[in-house]
Design a binder for this molecule. Structure first.
Ligand code: NAP
Length: 282
Protein backbone atom coordinates (compact mmCIF):
# COMPACT_ATOMS: atom_id res chain seq x y z
CA UNK A 1 0.00 0.00 0.00
CA UNK A 2 1.41 3.36 -1.05
CA UNK A 3 1.99 5.73 1.87
CA UNK A 4 2.50 9.48 2.01
CA UNK A 5 3.72 11.87 4.65
CA UNK A 6 0.89 13.21 6.81
CA UNK A 7 1.21 16.97 6.66
CA UNK A 8 4.27 18.16 8.54
CA UNK A 9 4.24 15.24 11.00
CA UNK A 10 6.71 13.02 9.12
CA UNK A 11 4.37 10.05 9.71
CA UNK A 12 3.63 7.88 6.65
CA UNK A 13 -0.07 7.19 6.11
CA UNK A 14 -1.72 5.02 3.42
CA UNK A 15 -3.02 6.99 0.48
CA UNK A 16 -6.34 5.10 0.65
CA UNK A 17 -8.04 4.77 4.03
CA UNK A 18 -11.46 3.75 5.35
CA UNK A 19 -14.42 5.91 6.32
CA UNK A 20 -17.05 4.89 8.87
CA UNK A 21 -19.91 7.41 8.54
CA UNK A 22 -23.35 5.80 8.80
CA UNK A 23 -21.86 2.37 9.59
CA UNK A 24 -24.25 2.15 12.54
CA UNK A 25 -26.93 1.48 9.91
CA UNK A 26 -25.04 -1.47 8.41
CA UNK A 27 -24.84 -5.02 9.69
CA UNK A 28 -22.20 -4.57 12.44
CA UNK A 29 -20.51 -7.95 11.90
CA UNK A 30 -20.13 -7.25 8.18
CA UNK A 31 -18.83 -3.71 8.81
CA UNK A 32 -16.27 -4.91 11.38
CA UNK A 33 -15.17 -7.74 9.06
CA UNK A 34 -14.79 -5.27 6.19
CA UNK A 35 -12.72 -2.84 8.29
CA UNK A 36 -10.46 -5.66 9.48
CA UNK A 37 -10.07 -6.96 5.92
CA UNK A 38 -9.09 -3.41 4.99
CA UNK A 39 -6.43 -3.40 7.72
CA UNK A 40 -5.07 -6.68 6.29
CA UNK A 41 -4.80 -4.94 2.90
CA UNK A 42 -3.01 -1.91 4.34
CA UNK A 43 -6.00 0.46 4.55
CA UNK A 44 -4.91 1.36 8.06
CA UNK A 45 -6.10 4.99 8.09
CA UNK A 46 -9.48 4.68 9.86
CA UNK A 47 -11.67 7.77 9.96
CA UNK A 48 -14.41 8.12 12.55
CA UNK A 49 -16.09 10.81 14.67
CA UNK A 50 -18.06 11.27 17.88
CA UNK A 51 -20.87 12.44 15.58
CA UNK A 52 -21.19 9.11 13.76
CA UNK A 53 -24.19 7.29 15.17
CA UNK A 54 -23.83 9.57 18.25
CA UNK A 55 -20.80 7.61 19.41
CA UNK A 56 -22.12 4.20 18.40
CA UNK A 57 -19.75 3.84 15.44
CA UNK A 58 -16.71 4.51 17.67
CA UNK A 59 -17.99 2.26 20.45
CA UNK A 60 -19.54 -0.70 18.67
CA UNK A 61 -17.76 -0.85 15.31
CA UNK A 62 -14.36 0.87 15.20
CA UNK A 63 -13.30 -0.28 18.69
CA UNK A 64 -13.98 -3.89 17.65
CA UNK A 65 -12.26 -3.49 14.28
CA UNK A 66 -9.06 -2.25 15.94
CA UNK A 67 -9.14 -4.59 18.93
CA UNK A 68 -5.79 -6.35 19.27
CA UNK A 69 -4.23 -4.43 16.39
CA UNK A 70 -4.18 -0.82 17.57
CA UNK A 71 -0.51 -0.30 16.65
CA UNK A 72 -1.24 -1.03 12.96
CA UNK A 73 -3.91 1.66 12.76
CA UNK A 74 -3.74 5.38 12.00
CA UNK A 75 -6.84 6.34 13.96
CA UNK A 76 -8.63 9.64 13.30
CA UNK A 77 -11.65 10.99 15.17
CA UNK A 78 -13.40 14.34 15.32
CA UNK A 79 -14.88 16.67 17.89
CA UNK A 80 -18.25 18.25 17.08
CA UNK A 81 -18.12 22.05 16.81
CA UNK A 82 -20.79 22.33 19.51
CA UNK A 83 -18.38 20.60 21.94
CA UNK A 84 -15.26 22.46 20.79
CA UNK A 85 -14.63 24.83 23.68
CA UNK A 86 -11.24 24.21 25.33
CA UNK A 87 -12.76 22.13 28.13
CA UNK A 88 -15.38 20.56 25.83
CA UNK A 89 -12.70 19.39 23.40
CA UNK A 90 -10.68 17.76 26.20
CA UNK A 91 -13.70 15.88 27.55
CA UNK A 92 -14.96 14.94 24.06
CA UNK A 93 -11.56 13.41 23.36
CA UNK A 94 -11.66 11.41 26.63
CA UNK A 95 -15.11 10.09 25.67
CA UNK A 96 -13.90 9.08 22.20
CA UNK A 97 -10.82 7.33 23.63
CA UNK A 98 -13.04 5.43 26.06
CA UNK A 99 -15.49 4.36 23.35
CA UNK A 100 -12.63 3.36 21.05
CA UNK A 101 -10.88 1.51 23.91
CA UNK A 102 -7.56 3.11 23.18
CA UNK A 103 -5.22 5.57 24.89
CA UNK A 104 -4.49 7.79 21.87
CA UNK A 105 -5.67 9.10 18.54
CA UNK A 106 -3.26 9.56 15.64
CA UNK A 107 -5.12 12.67 14.54
CA UNK A 108 -8.00 14.62 16.11
CA UNK A 109 -10.08 16.99 13.97
CA UNK A 110 -12.56 19.78 14.46
CA UNK A 111 -15.44 18.36 12.38
CA UNK A 112 -16.54 21.64 10.83
CA UNK A 113 -16.19 25.35 11.68
CA UNK A 114 -18.41 26.32 14.60
CA UNK A 115 -19.14 29.25 16.87
CA UNK A 116 -16.73 28.57 19.76
CA UNK A 117 -13.49 30.58 19.49
CA UNK A 118 -10.82 28.58 17.68
CA UNK A 119 -8.20 29.69 20.24
CA UNK A 120 -9.79 27.39 22.84
CA UNK A 121 -10.04 24.43 20.48
CA UNK A 122 -6.40 24.82 19.42
CA UNK A 123 -5.25 25.12 23.07
CA UNK A 124 -7.08 21.88 23.84
CA UNK A 125 -5.58 20.13 20.79
CA UNK A 126 -2.07 21.21 21.81
CA UNK A 127 -2.61 20.07 25.39
CA UNK A 128 -3.84 16.68 24.13
CA UNK A 129 -0.65 16.41 22.05
CA UNK A 130 1.51 17.22 25.12
CA UNK A 131 -0.34 14.59 27.15
CA UNK A 132 0.19 11.96 24.42
CA UNK A 133 -3.54 11.48 23.88
CA UNK A 134 -3.38 12.85 20.35
CA UNK A 135 -0.40 12.51 17.99
CA UNK A 136 -1.51 15.31 15.62
CA UNK A 137 -4.55 17.48 15.02
CA UNK A 138 -6.35 19.07 12.12
CA UNK A 139 -9.62 20.41 10.79
CA UNK A 140 -12.41 19.41 8.45
CA UNK A 141 -14.61 21.40 6.08
CA UNK A 142 -12.36 24.46 6.46
CA UNK A 143 -12.13 26.99 3.62
CA UNK A 144 -9.04 29.13 3.08
CA UNK A 145 -10.12 32.07 5.27
CA UNK A 146 -10.86 29.65 8.13
CA UNK A 147 -7.54 27.86 7.60
CA UNK A 148 -5.78 31.23 7.75
CA UNK A 149 -7.45 31.88 11.11
CA UNK A 150 -6.22 28.57 12.53
CA UNK A 151 -2.74 29.17 11.13
CA UNK A 152 -2.61 32.61 12.80
CA UNK A 153 -3.51 31.01 16.14
CA UNK A 154 -1.45 27.82 15.98
CA UNK A 155 1.55 28.91 13.90
CA UNK A 156 3.07 27.05 10.95
CA UNK A 157 3.44 23.27 10.87
CA UNK A 158 0.69 22.55 13.40
CA UNK A 159 -2.40 21.80 11.22
CA UNK A 160 -1.81 18.22 10.07
CA UNK A 161 -4.77 17.89 7.72
CA UNK A 162 -7.94 19.37 6.31
CA UNK A 163 -10.61 16.74 5.55
CA UNK A 164 -12.89 18.01 2.79
CA UNK A 165 -15.55 16.94 0.30
CA UNK A 166 -13.85 15.80 -2.90
CA UNK A 167 -15.12 13.55 -5.66
CA UNK A 168 -15.22 13.62 -9.45
CA UNK A 169 -18.36 15.73 -9.58
CA UNK A 170 -17.26 18.08 -6.76
CA UNK A 171 -13.80 19.41 -7.35
CA UNK A 172 -14.19 22.86 -5.76
CA UNK A 173 -11.22 22.36 -3.38
CA UNK A 174 -8.90 22.43 -6.38
CA UNK A 175 -9.43 26.20 -6.74
CA UNK A 176 -7.92 27.42 -3.47
CA UNK A 177 -8.01 24.83 -0.67
CA UNK A 178 -5.56 22.34 -2.18
CA UNK A 179 -3.06 25.07 -3.23
CA UNK A 180 -3.21 26.61 0.27
CA UNK A 181 -2.76 23.23 1.97
CA UNK A 182 0.15 22.31 -0.31
CA UNK A 183 1.87 25.60 0.41
CA UNK A 184 1.46 25.10 4.17
CA UNK A 185 2.28 21.36 4.21
CA UNK A 186 -1.22 20.32 5.26
CA UNK A 187 -2.52 16.91 4.13
CA UNK A 188 -5.79 17.04 2.16
CA UNK A 189 -8.15 14.16 2.88
CA UNK A 190 -10.92 13.55 0.33
CA UNK A 191 -14.14 12.54 2.05
CA UNK A 192 -17.11 11.03 0.19
CA UNK A 193 -14.77 10.12 -2.71
CA UNK A 194 -17.62 8.17 -4.35
CA UNK A 195 -20.12 10.98 -3.90
CA UNK A 196 -21.57 9.22 -0.86
CA UNK A 197 -23.63 6.80 -2.95
CA UNK A 198 -23.93 8.96 -6.09
CA UNK A 199 -21.16 7.48 -8.19
CA UNK A 200 -21.42 8.28 -11.93
CA UNK A 201 -23.51 5.57 -13.62
CA UNK A 202 -21.98 3.48 -16.44
CA UNK A 203 -24.31 5.04 -19.03
CA UNK A 204 -23.53 8.67 -18.12
CA UNK A 205 -20.95 10.41 -20.34
CA UNK A 206 -18.43 10.63 -17.48
CA UNK A 207 -19.20 7.07 -16.42
CA UNK A 208 -18.37 5.85 -19.94
CA UNK A 209 -14.96 7.53 -19.79
CA UNK A 210 -14.27 5.83 -16.45
CA UNK A 211 -15.42 2.45 -17.86
CA UNK A 212 -13.16 2.78 -20.91
CA UNK A 213 -10.10 3.61 -18.81
CA UNK A 214 -10.97 0.90 -16.28
CA UNK A 215 -11.34 -1.71 -19.08
CA UNK A 216 -7.95 -0.75 -20.50
CA UNK A 217 -6.35 -1.53 -17.11
CA UNK A 218 -8.58 -4.47 -16.14
CA UNK A 219 -9.81 -2.57 -13.08
CA UNK A 220 -13.11 -0.97 -11.95
CA UNK A 221 -14.34 2.60 -12.58
CA UNK A 222 -14.19 3.29 -8.83
CA UNK A 223 -10.51 2.36 -8.74
CA UNK A 224 -9.92 4.79 -11.61
CA UNK A 225 -11.84 7.50 -9.71
CA UNK A 226 -9.88 6.93 -6.48
CA UNK A 227 -6.58 7.03 -8.32
CA UNK A 228 -7.55 10.30 -9.99
CA UNK A 229 -8.50 11.83 -6.63
CA UNK A 230 -5.10 11.01 -5.08
CA UNK A 231 -3.08 12.08 -8.12
CA UNK A 232 -1.28 14.84 -6.19
CA UNK A 233 1.15 14.06 -3.35
CA UNK A 234 -0.84 16.09 -0.79
CA UNK A 235 -3.98 13.96 -1.26
CA UNK A 236 -5.50 11.02 0.61
CA UNK A 237 -8.95 9.41 0.19
CA UNK A 238 -11.19 7.65 2.73
CA UNK A 239 -13.92 5.64 0.95
CA UNK A 240 -16.44 3.97 3.23
CA UNK A 241 -17.21 0.32 2.58
CA UNK A 242 -19.10 -2.13 4.75
CA UNK A 243 -18.65 -5.00 2.30
CA UNK A 244 -15.40 -6.91 2.04
CA UNK A 245 -15.57 -7.04 -1.77
CA UNK A 246 -15.73 -3.24 -1.86
CA UNK A 247 -12.74 -2.95 0.47
CA UNK A 248 -10.69 -5.23 -1.81
CA UNK A 249 -11.70 -3.12 -4.80
CA UNK A 250 -10.72 0.13 -3.08
CA UNK A 251 -7.39 -1.17 -1.78
CA UNK A 252 -6.33 -2.22 -5.28
CA UNK A 253 -6.69 1.39 -6.49
CA UNK A 254 -3.41 2.24 -4.78
CA UNK A 255 -1.48 0.04 -7.22
CA UNK A 256 -3.08 1.58 -10.32
CA UNK A 257 -1.09 4.00 -12.43
CA UNK A 258 -2.91 6.38 -14.80
CA UNK A 259 -1.15 8.05 -17.71
CA UNK A 260 -1.15 11.83 -18.19
CA UNK A 261 -3.51 11.29 -21.14
CA UNK A 262 -5.95 9.28 -18.98
CA UNK A 263 -5.85 11.93 -16.26
CA UNK A 264 -6.62 14.54 -18.94
CA UNK A 265 -9.63 12.53 -20.21
CA UNK A 266 -11.04 12.26 -16.67
CA UNK A 267 -10.41 15.96 -16.07
CA UNK A 268 -12.37 16.78 -19.24
CA UNK A 269 -15.21 14.37 -18.43
CA UNK A 270 -15.67 15.85 -14.93
CA UNK A 271 -14.82 19.53 -15.37
CA UNK A 272 -13.72 21.57 -12.39
CA UNK A 273 -16.36 24.28 -12.76
CA UNK A 274 -16.23 27.84 -11.44
CA UNK A 275 -15.09 28.61 -7.90
CA UNK A 276 -18.13 28.58 -5.58
CA UNK A 277 -18.73 31.39 -3.07
CA UNK A 278 -18.29 28.97 -0.17
CA UNK A 279 -16.76 25.57 0.31
CA UNK A 280 -19.20 22.75 -0.58
CA UNK A 281 -19.89 20.32 2.25
CA UNK A 282 -22.00 17.20 2.34
P1 NAP B 1 -18.34 7.32 -0.04
O1 NAP B 1 -17.10 6.69 0.48
O2 NAP B 1 -18.25 8.35 -1.09
O3 NAP B 1 -19.34 6.19 -0.57
C1 NAP B 1 -19.75 5.13 0.26
C2 NAP B 1 -20.68 4.22 -0.54
O4 NAP B 1 -19.95 3.62 -1.61
C3 NAP B 1 -21.24 3.08 0.29
O5 NAP B 1 -22.57 2.86 -0.15
C4 NAP B 1 -20.36 1.89 -0.09
O6 NAP B 1 -21.05 0.66 -0.02
C5 NAP B 1 -20.07 2.20 -1.53
N1 NAP B 1 -18.81 1.63 -1.97
C6 NAP B 1 -17.59 1.75 -1.36
N2 NAP B 1 -16.66 1.12 -2.08
C7 NAP B 1 -17.29 0.60 -3.16
C8 NAP B 1 -16.84 -0.17 -4.28
N3 NAP B 1 -15.54 -0.49 -4.43
N4 NAP B 1 -17.76 -0.55 -5.20
C9 NAP B 1 -19.08 -0.21 -5.07
N5 NAP B 1 -19.55 0.50 -4.03
C10 NAP B 1 -18.66 0.91 -3.08
O7 NAP B 1 -19.23 7.91 1.16
P2 NAP B 1 -19.07 8.61 2.55
O8 NAP B 1 -19.30 7.61 3.62
O9 NAP B 1 -19.92 9.82 2.49
O10 NAP B 1 -17.56 9.16 2.63
C11 NAP B 1 -16.46 8.39 3.08
C12 NAP B 1 -16.02 8.77 4.49
O11 NAP B 1 -15.63 10.15 4.56
C13 NAP B 1 -17.12 8.69 5.55
O12 NAP B 1 -17.48 7.37 5.85
C14 NAP B 1 -16.51 9.49 6.66
O13 NAP B 1 -15.57 8.74 7.36
C15 NAP B 1 -15.88 10.63 5.88
N6 NAP B 1 -16.77 11.82 5.80
C16 NAP B 1 -16.40 12.94 6.48
C17 NAP B 1 -17.23 14.07 6.44
C18 NAP B 1 -16.80 15.29 7.19
O14 NAP B 1 -17.62 16.23 7.33
N7 NAP B 1 -15.58 15.36 7.65
C19 NAP B 1 -18.42 14.06 5.71
C20 NAP B 1 -18.76 12.91 5.01
C21 NAP B 1 -17.91 11.80 5.05
P3 NAP B 1 -20.94 -0.37 1.23
O15 NAP B 1 -20.84 0.44 2.47
O16 NAP B 1 -22.20 -1.16 1.12
O17 NAP B 1 -19.72 -1.22 1.03
Amino acid sequence: MEKRVWGSTGVAVPVIGQGTWQMEEDDPESAIRALRAGLDLGLTHLDTAEFYGQGRVEEHIVSKAIAGRRDEVFLVSKVMPSNATEKGTLTACERSLKRLRTDRLDCYLLHWPGSHPLEGTVRAFERLVKEGKVRSWGVSNFDVDELEEVLAIAGPGRIACNQVLYHLEERAIEHAVIPWCEQQGVAVVAYSPFGSGNFPGPKSPGGQVLEAIADAHGVTPRQVALRFLVRRPSLFAIPKASREAHVHDNAAAAALSLSAEELRRIDEAFPLGPEPASLPVI
